[in-house]
Design a binder for this molecule. Sequence first.
Ligand code: ADP
Ligand code: 5GP
Length: 189
Amino acid sequence: MKNKGNLFVISGPSGVGKGTICRRLIGNSDNVSVSVSATTRNPRSEDVEGVTYYFKTIDEFKKMIDEGKFLEWAVYNGNYYGTPADAIENKISMGEDIILEIEAQGAMKVMESKPDAVSIFITPPNEEALYQRLKNRGTESDDEIKKRVEAARWELEQQDKYDHIVVNDDLDKAVSAIENIMKNERKND
Ligand code: ADP
Ligand code: 5GP
């Protein structure tokens, strides 16, 4: 019988480089995919419905919560974000690895409900780098950037709860450190 895939949780503060790293990880492997979350935040110009997120109204999101559609969900800076449960088990049973790219409250819920999940916290070289990366990305207002950097302080305090911590200073090194973690988990299956 084919081995089951693994569930990886990749978390860390906004702007640390999670999205950039995940795009590299799926580009380098045909057996890994990133789960598409639902959110109530407004789409950015580069967002694509069903590809980067499923965009929902607050009522639609709350209905999904009531119907038990989420593996986890959280409120982050005033918006709802959640991982739809349906596609995940199916893909894992087919031998595919799934990455959840989520913030820390949700990451901790998954660690509780899925003890086999492998959790990886991505940390910036320092707080200033986080601020600069968000500023350079140019997708949020100054006010929103400030809120995200404030949220980062609590998120950074949670890092010891994860199975692995990876510093994203040099992007290539961070990607290869995570690829090694993923390879080792497959060997241990
Ligand atoms: P997140 O998904 O964690 O919010 P992103 O992947 O959107 O973060 O990255 C935030 C910004 O930082 C992007 O503009 C990205 O190109 C840049 N970035 C990512 N990794 C690095 C790195 N190692 N060094 C410098 N800039 C980076
Ligand atoms: P953004 O607005 O930048 O797309 O996402 C904000 C934060 O929400 C990021 O840290 C991102 O990883 C996180 N996030 C995205 N999808 C989910 C999800 O399904 N659940 C949780 N808990 N966080 C998510």
